[in-house]
Write a protein that binds this ligand. Structure first.
Ligand code: C2E
Ligand code: CA
Ligand code: CA
Ligand code: CA
Length: 279
């Protein structure tokens, strides 16, 4: 197949034809699902060093009428290619802000924060700032309780635009975390230019830290870097007590992972909060 000549009518390769039409069907289905508001936030708890739940990361789930609950692995890439991930992100932001506004009314939940994943496509959309400020104002959420998770690769696309937008949002109190930190290829110099609050250690390093000294060394370096730049550092993908203990030892301040809770629906998260109340 590598040597396909110009007279090969590749489009009629049945396997490829099938893959193309499967993708188109999925696109169409995502479009329908967005319209029907089938995408909803699952919340995964984020804890501090004392074990208090400070908030959650919002992870998109698709409650599909036929296929059941779908995780982003099934739909995010196709949504990105089809220019629909912005809509998913906006629906997550809308629902997150709505929830923050409800929590704001009760002293026990008023200080909880939510971290929402932001795609490059949405950050670079010209009216993004207006859209987000509108969602915040309309919902009545406190912008200081909203954190946006960006990956390093997003920032490289057009760094000066990204920096300008981040500063603008920062003025309104919104906070920023760099997701999957340590896996990007960008220079560290950009860290000083960005209005950041948090680095999020990629879960691959956490997974391997017990057996692999390189992963452990990277985690130590990230924590030292965060410390000197006065940024928070959170570890994700924490699954075992051994990982948790070692991360605490290194000075990592915040934690997220199956050890503390899987991504869960809102009502389940609220039950977990009740159980987590200090005695
Ligand atoms: P991510 O932002 O790096 O999110 C972390 C992923 O790790 C989540 O997968 C989460 O469920 C999973 N995870 C959490 N704790 C553990 C653990 O202890 N062990 C293991 N093995 N995994 C853990 P999920 O929910 O399937 O999301 C996958 C990716 O999809 C996310 O990676 C993020 O890049 C993307 N995504 C999710 N929601 C959204 C969204 O609303 N908008 C955008 N643009 N992307 C999203
Ligand atoms: Ca994330
Ligand atoms: Ca991550
Ligand atoms: Ca990731």
């Amino acid at each position: 197949a590598k040597a396909a000549g110009k007279d090969t009518i590749r489009f009629f390769d049945p396997a490829m034809q099938e893959a193309v039409s499967a993708q188109l069907r999925l696109e169409e289905d995502i479009r329908r699902g967005l319209q029907a508001e089938e995408f909803m936030p699952y919340l995964q708890p984020q804890l501090d060093a004392r074990g208090r739940v400070l908030g959650a990361e919002v992870l998109a789930r698709w409650q599909h009428p036929q296929r059941g609950l779908l995780t982003p692995g099934v739909f995010i890439e196709v949504a990105e290619q089809a220019g629909m991930v912005e809509q998913i992100d906006l629906q997550m932001l809308y629902q997150a802000c709505h929830q923050l506004a409800l929590w704001r009314r009760e002293p026990a939940t008023a200080s909880l924060s939510l971290a929402v994943n932001l795609s490059a496509r949405l950050l670079y959309q010209p009216d993004f700032i207006d859209q987000l400020l509108h969602i915040l104002a309309q919902s009545g959420a406190n912008p200081q309780r909203l954190k946006l998770e960006l990956t390093e690769t997003i920032l490289i696309d057009d760094m000066s635009v990204a920096i300008a937008r981040m500063h603008q949002l920062r003025e309104h109190g919104i906070r920023f975390s760099i997701d999957d930190f340590g896996t990007g290829y960008s220079s560290l110099a950009y860290l000083q230019k960005l209005p950041l609050d948090q680095l999020k250690i990629d879960q691959s390093f956490v997974r391997d830290m017990i057996e692999d000294e390189h992963s452990l060394a990277i985690i130590r370096a990230i924590c030292a870097l965060a410390d000197s730049l006065q940024l928070e550092v959170i570890a994700e993908g924490v699954e075992t007590e051994a990982q948790h203990a070692m991360l605490q030892d290194i000075g990592c301040g915040y934690f997220q992972g199956y050890l503390f809770g899987r991504p869960m629906p809102l009502d389940e998260f609220e039950r977990l909060l009740m159980a987590n109340q200090p005695k």
